[in-house]
Design a protein around this ligand. Structure first.
Ligand SMILES: *Cc1c(COP(=O)(O)O)cnc(C)c1O
Length: 387
């Protein structure tokens, strides 16, 4: 019997090693991995530059605490700011910590400028912001909150995509709107650019903040952030998952304006931003910022999209819709998604479910077209079987 607390319904399989798009079991069975640690191993398994970086850094310095200047942290923050809307970054260890930091920073901003009553955040049905208490009740998914009350207050939830409901929900206590640019766990639901623009307008009209949760979507769409294509600038953006390439790393990006409340002592993390994590975070950026890399992600995403849509056309009773941008994709199924994922596993391909009967595909950004083709081939095989 396992001594690990039973909070996961684990598949009875384990892996010995990984390389790029593939995972290998003890007995040497090879799996095509489109889960990648749930959108996390953004450069695939054991990317050479990341392996080298972590080996080198592990011999120099792992952890010293944020009581001291950490040069690699300064560098990573600078690179993130120079290439985005942000002026400052604070580092965490996970996505949920990054979303919690976002909520704290929004509240502290209004407290600092003399509007402490503005402390509530509007969130959306079907959202996911992580598993700590505030993040849990911010998303307010009954599947996740049951038994974990009392409810953490401070969030007003509205139906997804209902701009009128948002406007009605705003009152003198509203500090901001928090939403995932692409709802990941919710089923790879992309917020259209005109909606993002609409949200920005609502925020500006009401003097409240726009928090775009990019924990799952950052670096993946062919742009640095998923919201960039809309031209909208948020106030606060939590990121995690892919930014550490599989190493625990989260961050919260903010503008100068909203940073004013965050003075020494107001927030902290013992491990957040330590030298080992920062070395990896910088190494991931080395690859992402290489000339043409993101453009190539966009190209691969379009290629993948075309291939998936071809299967959709061939199997209209199995596949309802192809969702997503770049290399964050969802397939909304007309058959049971659990069964589809299971059958894909029989074909030695790993995928992960989401709400709305969707399966999610997170190929590494470094994937070659032939590996994308293999994934598409396996998906088609399962479509055939289930027809
Ligand atoms: C995964 C996820 C989180 C939580 O991240 P953890 O690292 O699991 O804490 C928060 N927001 C979004 C959008 C996510 O996809």
């Amino acid at each position: 019997m396992s001594s690990v607390l039973g909070t996961y319904a684990r598949k009875n399989i384990s892996f010995k090693e990984g390389k790029g798009s593939y995972l290998f079991t003890d007995s040497g069975e090879k799996y095509l991995d489109f889960v990648q640690g749930i959108a996390t191993n953004i450069l695939g398994h054991c990317h050479e530059h990341l392996v080298e970086t972590i080996q080198k850094q592990s011999k120099k310095l792992w952890h010293i605490s944020n009581a001291f200047v950490i040069p690699d942290q300064e560098r990573l923050a600078k690179r993130l700011c120079e290439n985005t809307f942000a002026d400052y970054v604070c580092f965490q260890n996970s996505g949920t910590e990054a979303t919690e930091a976002s909520i704290k920073i929004a509240r502290k901003y209004f407290h600092k400028i003399g509007n402490p009553e503005k402390n509530r955040i509007i969130t959306f049905e079907g959202a996911f912001h992580g598993r700590t208490l505030a993040a849990l009740f911010a998303a307010n998914n009954p599947k996740h909150t049951e038994g974990f009350g009392p409810k953490v207050d401070g969030f007003d939830q509205v139906p997804f995509a209902d701009h009128e409901a948002i406007k009605r929900a705003i009152n003198k206590n509203t500090a901001g709107i928090m939403v995932e640019t692409i709802m990941g766990e919710g089923g790879i639901k992309v917020i259209p650019d005109f909606c993002l623009k609409g949200l920005r307008e609502i925020c500006d009209e009401n003097n409240i903040l726009l928090i775009l949760d990019e924990v799952q979507s950052a670096y993946r769409t062919g742009n640095f952030f998923a919201f960039e294509a809309s031209g909208v600038n948020p106030d606060i953006v939590p990121i995690a998952k892919g930014i550490g390439g599989g190493f625990p790393l989260g961050a919260c990006l903010v503008t100068k304006k909203v940073s004013v409340g965050m003075t020494p002592g107001t927030h902290g993390s013992t491990l957040g931003g330590n030298p080992l994590a920062m070395a990896v975070g910088n190494a991931v950026l080395d690859v992402i910022f290489a000339k043409g890399f993101l453009k190539n992600v966009k190209k691969k995403g379009e290629y993948f999209d075309l291939s998936l849509n071809k299967i959709k056309k061939k199997y209209p009773k199995i596949i309802k819709e192809i969702r997503g941008v770049g290399l964050i994709k969802g397939i909304k199924m007309l058959v049971d998604n659990t069964e589809f994922v299971k059958k894909l596993m029989d074909h030695k391909m790993l995928t992960v479910k989401a709400e709305e009967n969707v399966i999610r595909l997170f190929p590494p950004l470094t994937i070659e077209n032939k590996d994308l083709d293999e994934g598409v081939y396996k998906i088609e095989e399962v479509c055939k079987e289930m027809s």
